[in-house]
Design a protein around this ligand. Structure first.
Ligand code: CMP
Length: 144
């Protein structure tokens, strides 16, 4: 089924100049970039995006980290894109992520884990709505 996922390169990916390499992985896989925006997240948006973790002990650190520098927010579409992108991203803890995944190849710490990707259709819809207006999502044909 065609799906859209919300994908966000976190401040460590931007600061370490990994954006191009990571974007290339999604392009080479055949996924379609529908929206992309370099932005610094407000504290309110960070807290809303990570609302499900508000009671966790790492919540404040997580919010501080995600607002510490710009992120690259994206909408990426493809066949079963949500689970496919989660597979490409790898486990939350980069120490446990398989080599060949984005976190497995570029990360070391859970608190600096390079990239976020939606975990289910409902969260994808919610997260896309938080970060993008309808008119920022672009429809166009891609050559197979
Ligand atoms: P993400 O997949 O973006 O969604 C929730 C984030 O919380 C996760 O990536 C990590 O960055 C962070 N996180 C999850 N577990 C921990 C933890 N035990 N310590 C610190 N950060 C965590």
């Amino acid at each position: 089924m065609m799906e859209k996922s919300f994908v966000m390169m976190k401040p460590d990916a931007v600061a370490r100049r990994l954006m191009g390499k990571i974007l290339t992985r999604f392009e080479e896989k055949g996924l379609q970039l529908k929206a992309i925006k370099l932005m610094t997240i407000s504290e309110d948006l960070a807290k809303e995006h990570y609302g499900e973790h508000s009671e966790k002990p790492f919540f404040n650190d997580l919010v501080d980290y995600i607002i510490s520098g710009p992120v690259l927010a994206m909408v990426i579409e493809g066949d079963d894109a949500i689970s496919l992108i989660r597979k490409m991203v790898g486990a939350t803890n980069p120490q446990e992520a398989e080599l060949g995944t984005i976190r497995g190849d570029y990360g070391i710490q859970t608190g600096r884990n390079i990239i976020h990707a939606s975990d289910a259709p409902e969260s994808a819809e919610r997260e896309i709505g938080l970060f993008f207006n309808e008119d920022e999502i672009v429809d166009y044909d891609m050559v197979d």
